[in-house]
Design a protein around this ligand. Structure first.
Ligand code: WTA
Length: 637
């Protein structure tokens, strides 16, 4: 059997779950045994959630790329590792076998070495969804450099913040990226970002769009030229760097309720074992299947379920450069048809937007290869769930609604495709190794079924974050200080009468817009950068397609004469500071914000107004000036 730790029946799920709770170390040691280690671990787990300090597979030595590439060459050398579909359906797709991928990763790893990158150095990657992005990620891992991938939709300012925080020494980018009918000038954005980033010594630019770029002498190099150099050296091998189990593998920045995004740190062995175990089990991957995850590698889903999970399992992973709605709303179905995709893993926001186009784009597409469907990133509403089930899965494919986070490294609560029960709107049951618990405001455990609470995890799992880069205290206060001895997810959750979990959304000031995490404080800071703005408050409201929309209440310096113009200015500011994904959907100019006497903005009231719930605003008597509420209600968008 390809994966001896693959769950094959409901009984096996129950057995594995029991074992993982009774004897977590034994359980994970059994899984980890099926990887390639340079040296096995001395101890499976050391932990406390106080500091926090969590170590898995202590003393183990390995390299994740030997597990994703080298170990497959004998059996899967000619098997496709990556099938790449370009943005333009007229352009040829690419098939990269495990042998090709191995060669390309070694080649580019040597490029990095030639440019002075060493184990532990941070490398920022800002590229579109092309195979070279996966190659760059794996090349970093090959030589022990820490990758920090930044999503192509972030602004120069956001990139600069991330590069400075990580003190990256090298950037890998493209001339540009194709996304739908857009051509995003990545290199030019990097040029703007690097004005404020003295740590960066080199920039490697991969050709994709042939957009004209300016290359700075001594700093900027073409990917293709550097590869030629390695070729003239005779393509020497690139032995994998031996990494400690707990050596840093990557940093990925994500938004929280306060301040700037934090760099979530994942380490080598635990992350690898967890990404692989959750991939193989959740999707019930079978050798030879074609698996397609529509996420972007700029987010954790792309890291774990386009690259590391599938490749460590020797799977064939489809990577798509474009967007689901271009050139038409049938693109995902065409790709499924074209490559005979067996598993399709996508986001509720994509499903909802495609639903809006009706069944025209679905008809006449052969979707008979599909066996399993998946959803991730935000709660999936029942309507979207059923549409996906009936029209895409034709009623015969299980749907896995996978709940997890950047910080968890991999899927935590989910059905196991075709094995454990599913229920629309529910992530259902924890995977083996995951011990969820619901608590009330004071941290008291809420037991029994049919209850609501804050979702926490009470025992470590191998894929969990280890720290936030450069600021361990922030990691402690954000995740481990709210409740004693628990990891706090920030999500609210219902456990129904059957014991199934349903994630109800964030309980902190984090928005989930089209599956992208955005902190309200971050958006407020960006809006406040606009010279004409005195103060702002940002809340989320239900949005048919995006899940949540962004509603901004803004106090302007002087009377706003042309509100449309001022709004456009504010949107531009937010785009420049964070990126287009954080642009408010609605802006309302107000003369004051509902504040308590101590000056705290009462977001609860603003949230209700944004949701259109004008009555039942609750007690407003503690407000400094209760009149502002009436004014805001009148001016609602
Ligand atoms: C939300 C994405 C409901 C949740 C992998 C979480 C979900 C945040 C689901 C993490 C789901 C993710 N059902 N909500 N299946 N999956 N979420 O870090 O609020 O980008 O805390 O990781 O998305 O977002 P992140």
């Amino acid at each position: 059997m390809a994966y001896p730790y693959q769950i094959r029946s409901l009984e096996e799920y129950q057995q594995q779950y029991q074992q993982s709770v009774m004897d977590p170390e034994g359980f994970w040691a059994n899984v980890a045994d099926h990887f390639y280690w340079r040296r096995k671990w001395d101890k499976v787990l050391e932990w406390n959630f106080k500091e926090p300090d969590v170590k898995w597979f202590v003393g183990g030595k390995l390299n994740i790329t030997e597990n994703c590439l080298d170990r497959h060459l004998g059996t899967l050398g000619n098997t496709p590792a990556i099938i790449w579909e370009p943005n333009d359906p007229e352009e040829r797709h690419r098939v990269i076998t495990y042998r090709d991928l191995y060669n390309k990763v070694c080649q580019f790893a040597n490029v990095l070495k030639n440019n002075g990158v060493k184990k532990g150095d941070r490398v920022c990657i800002y590229m579109g969804m092309i195979p070279e992005l996966a190659i760059a990620v794996l090349a970093c891992a090959r030589i022990g450099a820490v990758h920090s991938v930044v999503f192509g939709g972030f602004s120069a300012q956001s990139i600069a913040d991330r590069i400075q925080d990580a003190q990256a020494s090298l950037v890998i980018t493209c001339d540009g990226a194709f996304r739908g009918n857009k051509d995003i000038p990545l290199k030019s954005v990097i040029d703007d970002a690097l004005i404020a980033c003295p740590s960066v010594k080199k920039v490697i630019v991969c050709t994709r769009t042939r957009t004209p770029v300016s290359m700075i002498k001594g700093r900027d190099l073409w990917w293709e030229d550097e590869i030629k150099q390695v070729e003239t050296m005779g393509n020497p091998p690139c032995p994998a760097e031996e990494m400690d189990a707990e050596d840093m593998l990557f940093i990925l920045y994500t938004s929280g309720s306060t301040g700037k995004p934090k760099g979530v740190v994942h380490t080598t062995a635990g992350y690898m074992v967890y990404a692989n175990y959750t991939f193989v089990n959740t999707f019930q991957y079978q050798p030879g299947e074609v698996y397609f995850c529509t996420a972007d590698v700029g987010w954790i889903t792309g890291h774990s379920y386009i690259i590391y999970g599938p490749l460590s399992a020797g799977a064939t992973t489809v990577m798509f450069e474009g967007v689901p709605t271009w050139p038409d709303a049938g693109r995902l179905w065409s790709i499924t048809d074209k490559f005979r995709v067996n598993t399709l893993y996508t986001a509720p926001t994509a499903i909802r937007s495609l639903m809006g186009y009706g069944l025209g784009p679905v008809n006449h597409k052969d979707l008979s290869s599909l066996k399993k469907l998946g959803s991730v990133g935000e709660p999936i509403n029942e309507e979207a769930w059923h549409w996906f089930k009936d029209n895409i899965g034709k009623g015969r494919c299980p749907i896995v609604d996978t709940w997890w986070q950047t910080e968890t490294g991999g899927i935590m609560i989910t059905p196991i495709a075709g094995i454990t029960p599913e229920k629309p709107g529910y992530a259902t049951l924890p995977l083996p190794g995951v011990q969820p618990i619901l608590v009330d405001e004071r941290g008291q455990e809420i037991t029994g079924n049919n209850v609501n609470g804050n979702l926490c995890i009470k025992f470590p799992w191998p894929g969990m974050l280890r720290t936030t880069y450069g600021d361990h205290e922030r990691c402690r206060t954000t995740y481990f200080a709210t409740y004693d001895n628990l990891y706090f997810t920030g999500d609210g959750c219902l456990r129904d009468e059957d014991g199934y979990y349903r994630i109800t959304g964030r309980v902190d000031d984090v928005l989930n817009v089209s599956g992208h995490r955005i902190g309200t404080a971050e958006v407020e800071n960006a809006i406040n950068m606009h010279a004409g703005v005195v103060e702002s408050a940002v809340v989320g409201y239900p949005h048919d397609i995006k899940g949540q929309g962004i509603y901004a209440f803004v106090i302007a310096e002087k009377m706003v004469h042309d509100p449309e113009l001022s709004k456009k200015d504010i949107l531009q500011t937010v785009s420049r500071i964070i990126g287009p994904i954080a642009k408010p959907d609605k802006i309302q100019f107000v003369s004051g914000l509902p504040k308590t006497r101590s000056g705290k903005i009462m977001r609860r009231i603003l949230r209700k107004i944004a949701e259109g719930e004008m009555e039942n605003l609750g007690d407003t008597s503690t407000l400094l000036d209760p009149n502002v509420v009436d004014e805001i209600k009148k001016g609602k968008q």
